[in-house]
Design a protein around this ligand. Structure first.
Ligand code: F6P
Length: 319
């Protein structure tokens, strides 16, 4: 490849800017011409593409969001949309594309590679729900935000001897709830991957209070249901009225942690090097600290395994 482009797609995540920076700077370092597509696949269809230089990605490593903006683009799910996108790249002689995003973004990248564009996927989502990588860019920051919020809630919950239900993001994945729950000492973690019994949750909570616990935190992944509904169901069972906090999009903003920046830098550079080596239709990931490539088709057709070991550990430590 001689000319490559980069885009961000789907829900944004902290560290996407650091990944864009890495793709642009590594591409230029290796002598490529590098372009950026604005607003994800929507910009690809609308030909919103510009050339980047070293300075175009200055002062963004520390910023949340994505300077390239992002969109969830329905039109790109059609063959017509995909062909239009491929054509807009081809007419500039761009033959490589790095797509930073989640599952839906990978499906688009897979289609483009079938149309002859050399594509690389980088895992950018706070959900950590992409298989064939231990971590996604943004997850570490989102978990830190939840842990910080729970620390604050603990202060006031403990003063009032109250309980809190905290609803966190993760449509299909409980990883944010799991890791933040383990790190913040939540009493209960409810995730879509593991069935649970609300009677048991409510009675454990009541007996913990009887035995002198001064507060209790229940972390609920949004994939399980609304925090409000869980709180009501608990009140019906044990009479305790938990306060409800929905953290929402706060979890997707703010400066990325150093872990997310380093991950973004490594993955962005890896994607560029692999494109230069002639790879295409691949997803970049990190497994046990090592950078890995997997067929993007395999990734989109798999589901990430939930870490039951950590889930059991969180249970043991929260008694
Ligand atoms: O996929 C990332 C994510 O933040 C999910 O955790 C959440 O359910 C969803 O995006 C929210 O989407 P939107 O920003 O479109 O409301």
């Amino acid at each position: 490849v001689k000319k490559i482009a980069v885009l961000t797609s789907g829900g944004d995540s902290q560290g996407m800017n650091a990944a864009v920076r890495a793709v642009v700077r590594s591409g230029l370092f290796y002598g490529l011409e590098v372009f950026a597509v604005q607003r994800g696949y929507a910009g690809l269809i609308n030909d919103d593409i510009r050339e980047m230089d070293l300075r175009s990605v200055g002062d963004i490593i520390q910023r949340g969001g994505t300077i390239l903006q992002t969109a969830r683009c329905k039109e790109f799910m059609t063959l017509e949309g995909q062909q239009k996108g491929a054509e807009n790249l081809r007419k500039r002689g761009i033959d490589g594309l790095v797509v930073i995003g989640g599952d839906g973004s990978y499906q688009g990248a897979n289609k483009l590679s079938q149309l002859g564009i050399k594509t690389m996927g980088l895992p950018g989502t706070i959900d950590n729900d992409i298989p064939y990588t231990d971590l996604t860019i943004g997850f570490d920051t989102a978990v830190s935000i939840v842990v910080d919020a729970v620390n604050k809630l603990r202060d006031t919950m403990s003063s009032h001897e109250r309980s809190s239900v905290v609803e966190v993001m993760g449509r299909h994945s409980g990883d944010i709830a799991l890791y933040a729950g383990l790190a913040s000492g939540a009493e209960t973690i409810l995730v879509p991957e593991v069935p649970f019994d609300l009677d048991e949750v409510a009675s454990r909570m009541a007996s913990n209070f009887e035995q002198g616990k001064r507060h209790s935190i229940i972390l609920v992944a949004e994939g399980v249901g609304k925090g409000e509904d869980i709180a009501n169901a608990i009140t019906e069972r044990n009479g305790i009225e938990p306060r409800v906090t929905v953290l929402g999009h706060i979890q997707r903003g703010g400066a990325p942690t150093h872990n997310d920046r380093v991950l973004a830098g490594r993955l962005g550079d890896f994607a560029v090097r692999k494109l230069i080596e002639g790879e295409s239709g691949k997803a970049c990931g990190i497994i046990k600290g090592e950078l890995v490539l997997t067929d993007i088709g395999t990734v989109v057709n798999s589901k990430k395994e939930f870490n039951m070991e950590l889930y059991e550990l969180a249970k043991r430590l929260s008694q």
